[in-house]
Design a protein around this ligand. Sequence first.
Ligand code: ADP
Ligand code: MG
Length: 151
Amino acid sequence: MVQVAFTTHSTEQTMGLAQRLAEKLVEGDVILLEGDLGAGKTTFTKGLAKGLHITRNVNSPTFTIIKEYEGRLPLYHMDVYRLAESDEDLGFDDYFYGNGVTVVEWAHLIKDYLPAERLEINIYHKGDDEREVVFKGNGKRYEKICEELKK
Ligand code: ADP
Ligand code: MG
């Protein structure tokens, strides 16, 4: 496991960090986002979408669990908050092992279905506009991404 942490001081900085990550992503990548309500998980996802040249507006998929967007790579945006510790398998593997990038907000709620190799991102609310964004790479590919983000 390789870990790297950043402090951001604005919405734009968090999106910028996500855009840096987006440039490094390839098909089949899985990103897990954790953090309290309002921490910035959807904001981070908007930055990823921008970095993947997605022009449609990305918002939290409140009434659907999964939304798909077309860009340099397809982006599968899941918000599993409403599943609340559900053991319902919605065919997650089709996304995780599909040809796009999958981002999961509140990923721990479907922990039994998550691949072992993934990039975990925890966002901590530090102040009005201050956030700590901690990346944990599990598996060689994501460890390399974390090393690159340190540069
Ligand atoms: P979540 O999806 O984790 O519930 P959102 O991304 O929907 O959170 O909301 C985060 C809110 O905090 C947004 O209104 C965003 O503009 C604001 N914000 C303020 N500062 C930051 C920052 N440094 N990083 C991310 N979001 C921030
Ligand atoms: Mg959200």
